[in-house]
Ligand binder design. Sequence first.
Ligand code: S3P
Length: 442
Amino acid sequence: MSTDGPGLTYVVQPGGQLSGSLRVPGDKSISHRAVMFGSLAEGVSEVTGFLTGEDCLCTMKAFQAMGVRIEQLGPTHLRVHGVGLHGLKAPSGPLDLGNSGTSMRLMSGLMAAQAFETTLIGDVSLSKRPMRRIVDPLRQMGATIATTEKGTSPLKFSAAGGLKAISYESPVASAQVKSGILLAGLYADGKTEVREPEASRDHTERMLRGFGVEVEATPGYAAVRGGQRLKATNIEVPADISSATFPMVAAAIVPGSDLLLTAVGINPTRTGIIEILRRMGTQIDLTNERLFGGEPVADIRVRGGQLKGIAIGGDLVASAIDEFPAVFVAAACASGTTVVTEAEELRVKESDRIAAMCDGLTALGVSAIAQPDGAIITGGGIGGGTVDSKGDHRIAMSFAIAGLRATGAITILDCANVNTSFPGFVSLMGKAGLRVSEQQPS
Ligand code: S3P
């Protein structure tokens, strides 16, 4: 689903320093949910600060294909004409969700409850990602869903004949799984509960409340009663802390850098990166703390300095799950060793992120030893060379910021999917001081 094709290459010239003030694009998790919940609501919702990355555009197109009118009033401003919980219409063909795991797992909960058949498909990466984690609980609720033998997509949903509420102990801390089950729970008889081994991001719980739904939630637990209706509301999307992570780490690894990231979402289930960088020795100050609807937001000032290696595991993993590729780069620039454990989920993201990062860092001369659930990275010099992003947006952006501390140019292959989450990455980071350019495929 990428606009540029798989051949897009980044070339990063070594050195540089970051300064100034940046606003990164809107939060991906919140943008997906704003379109989904706005579509299911009664009335018209406006969304500002929407992320127009490929992933969220896939969600938008999928709801349009099910009869929802969504107007684009400005570059990041949508007007969603909700059709109500029971107003979606059968799409004319499979819904293509591109690279987006969030679209597929959350929409699975919704498709499981519809009175029509649907098929969800995705790109090569999404077609390899595990879907039993969401399909199994939905089957327990009474849904009929076919997968491949490996438990991957295409996912074929039969027309539903009514769902029953479940009380589910999830084996993984996954907001996608939790949210998919809660969305199905809106259509079920009774109270649907999800318990998780660690607290995952809680945007679904917060935003459903904004749409007038009663949700019970404590860290690691969430529940909804079926039959509640969503009432339209306006959503202001904060800048994505997972996208802000790239300029934050970029500033942190270069002594003398001083960068301000504005209007960044600081939901406590997402701020692991701030904690990790502080523990590594970075000076980070939050100012102008405020709320965008139910979501806390702040301006984040990062000043670069010498980092030290640390141990990262436990509950820090879930609250920084998308940030590890960038954390691996910070570790490569730190003095001493960084040990990441309990992060086996990294192996089933848009790529196997443990392998992709350790392979790439090794190619650049860094000691990065992959472990089943993490890695051991010893700081030292980063050399120049060529690395493969494996088509994973966050791997591509991580190696781009590594260029700031490299001794030679870094060429990064297969970068088109940066558009899934951070459109405009090259120009925005270029303005702040990163020497990165794009080479279009010939
Ligand atoms: C997301 C949840 C996380 C995260 C992903 C977005 C969400 O995935 O990695 O980028 O919006 O719910 P998991 O639920 O698989 O942990």
